[in-house]
Ligand binder design. Sequence first.
Ligand SMILES: [Zn+2]
Ligand SMILES: [Zn+2]
Length: 757
Amino acid sequence: MRRLHQHEAPPTICRERNYRTVWKFEALVWLWFGFGSTNSLTLVSFPFCFVNYPANLWLGNSFISRKKTEGKNMSMIDITLPDGTVNQYSEEITAGEIVDDIYGRKHGCIAASVNGEERDFSFVIADLENIGGTCSASVDGIKTDSDAGMHILRHSAAHLLAQAVMEIYPDAKPTIGPAIERGFYYDFDMEPIGESDLRTIQKKMSQLARQNLSVERVECSDEELENLFASNPYKMEIISDKVEDGSGSTIYKQGEWYDLCLGPHVASTAKLMNVKLTSISTAYWRGDQSRQQLMRIYGIVEPSKDALKETLQRIEEAKKRDHRKLGKDLQLFHIDEEVGQGLILWTPRGAAVRQELQDFILVELRRQGYYQVFTPHIGKLDLYRKSGHFPYYQDSQYPALVERDLMKKLADEDCSCGELSNLMSAGDIEGYLLKPMNCPHHIKIYDSQPRSYRNLPLRLAEFGTVYRWEQSGEISGMTRVRGFTQDDAHLFVTEEQIAKEVLGCIEIVQIIFKTLGMDDYRVRVGLRDPDSDKYVGEGEKWDKAEAACRTAALSLGVPFTEEEGEAAFYGPKIDFVVKDVIGREWQLGTVQVDYNLPERFDLTYTGPDGQPHRPVMIHRAPFGSMERFCGVLIEHFAGKFPTWLSPTQVHVITISEKHNLWAQEVISALVEAGVRVEADMSDATVGKKIRTHRKMQPNYMVILGDEEVEKKTVSLRGRNNEQVNGMPIGEFIEKLTAEIQSKDLQLTLTPKTEKQD
Ligand SMILES: [Zn+2]
Ligand SMILES: [Zn+2]
């Protein structure tokens, strides 16, 4: 039996039978026979019960079960418990019964782990194929405080969702329904429904949960599967693709509903009381736009009412912070279908934020001895053939450009698009590529003149724009785009310099995080898998580079993990994962050591011995991409940027026309001091002006009336709603520029008054 992917099943499949379940079915079958005997015709043709079950399936299973139990002498098996003790149980014992025995009836576990594999509570230990003559196994419970536990809970909720949908929309065809990072979804081929229908579906889910339906696993032969899912072409496609001929698979059944699935699942729908359907969208069958469009329903599930409440609050907060919404409200960026999907237009206000970030990092780069370079947005195909980016990563790139003359010649020769693509891949014709990476261009700058060990390290930096072809379904706001600018740099170093340079790269990342108040982050060091031979470069060099990364990570004094097998094939790497205020993790900033590209481009430098040596490259991008980083920053600050980063730092508002002259003077002084300022001298009421301008989240609003005009002062209202009146203009500008220069995260001009106890 091979793994089915539709529900992200556990890695291995066992042949297991749930005897109790089967006996229950048997009872039903007898009951049904009793009823059915008055009409034997219905008996044969009518699907089992009021459900879609062919009777032969259950008859078949009960037959198997009887044969098995009759032929066996009851013997005992050894079970190792989590504390290491070994208990003896009857061989008919289930994983759930053992978990009850270990933790008592109120254990709060939702599934079991048997020999490290996730299993249903109904799993009969003696059914382990590898149990052999020793008849022993280790068993523990799985709780919802683990990823595995939440995954099972979510996947089970997806089943409940499908069951509810099928009861309300009997013509709907369920397709796939996996657990995802924060919840679950299920895709249905069905009539379009809207957000308002979610309430009805959720109500049905609650009803089904309250019915405490047991969730049962049943093994089926190929033939049985085909009968069960004959009316659902999607499930049939999965069966024909994923189930090896003759191996059969399993279904999970709750009440009258069943699904093709490998499990495991919670034992009863009662575990799924705390569910909330969150949204609805469309998706294509198997992500393929040429295939059926489906309705996708998303939901979340938690083990308790409180946990659900907390999660819903977090989702609400995340919605408020969504950079796509804030980006629009605050006029930070624009995406225009006519320009193209995933291509960001930075509007003046968003560009101001980006420019500040770039200026900020440029200062750090200069301090660390980087050189700025500029390189074009395209390069020849041959360049990327050499670097390995073409043709292997063709699918994630815009199609190549062909020179005009050549294009014409090929057209005259009736060359088809397919042939053209083949000629390009094979390297038979030349063309250009929108650059997917900046590295090859920087390599060519390195290689443009002879280098000596005295020139190293050579650090080349560029805000380089690259282009990737993301699938349209994956494009999202600023975080998944088709064109983006990396704050990229490549360091060409000697072996001995790796450690120090990696440390330097990390320092920049740290300065950025500290300045932006991203205090909660962890570091992942990606090392090679010692058992794999996919890596380029000698083992000894790798040892050194890995040690350098480890030492650098250690010096940070933040939690870090070493992950074997997570290195790139060309070198170890360090990734920074930032946790935001609402607990979401973002991978930002990366430093990678590379032995591969210097080799491919045959880069050298002259060593102290006068001989040519191979440099090592370090790729690093502390922000990653400006687009993604700004998207994350918008959410991190919830659109309330610290003053130095703010698109507009001060909005000047006059109470009436007679204050406009003083306003002009104030504005000039602010502009002179380099402050980004906006003004409203319209004849709207001051209350209305304040309300309108507050929406743009300026750090300060300057409000000017008679008194300010008379005394040449300003009255301030901070974004924190604190007010300071009658501040002399000179003092205001001095304090404001100090706040900007120090990159303070707080509003220092209108500090919140500390509450006295
Ligand atoms: Zn499933
Ligand atoms: Zn690079």
